[in-house]
Design a protein around this ligand. Structure first.
Ligand SMILES: Nc1ncnc2c1ncn2[C@@H]1O[C@H](COP(=O)(O)OP(=O)(O)OP(=O)(O)O)[C@@H](O)[C@H]1O
Length: 106
């Protein structure tokens, strides 16, 4: 996850800080658990970007997309559903549908 480098002026050693490191036992659920608060902050009005970075073949696509049986971050995020209905003279109309003749979505 996020890293910041501290380079010692008199040494070639580099230190990196990470918010979290996943071990070999880390799975899709564990990765999502770490990203969940970031995703939730969208609802508080923050702009969020989650991206995978690394050498080819290291699992970026697997982590973000996953497989149908083992979904990654992109598929575990929240799904927001919004509906807007107008109720007028005991008639209900879906105002998100352009065609007014179309029946109300359920
Ligand atoms: N945590 C994991 N568990 C099981 N299989 C994994 C895991 N991570 C990666 N793999 C498998 O390793 C292979 C390479 O992973 P992936 O395609 O996600 O890498 P990538 O970083 O997206 O590569 P590229 O940069 O070339 O697109 C895939 O077959 C993927 O299913």
């Amino acid at each position: 996850m996020r890293s910041g480098s501290v380079v010692g002026l008199e040494s070639s050693k580099k230190q990196f800080k990470f918010d979290h490191v996943f071990g070999p036992e880390g799975n899709q659920e564990a990765v999502f658990a770490q990203t969940k608060p970031i995703v939730s902050s969208v609802l508080d009005g923050y702009n969020v970007c989650i991206f995978a970075y690394g050498q080819t073949g290291t699992g970026k696509t697997f982590t973000m997309e996953g497989t149908p049986k083992n979904r990654g971050v992109n598929f575990r995020r929240y799904e927001l559903c919004v509906s807007m209905l107008e109720v007028n003279n005991e008639k209900t109309r879906d105002i998100l549908v352009d065609n007014t003749n179309q029946p109300t979505k359920k």
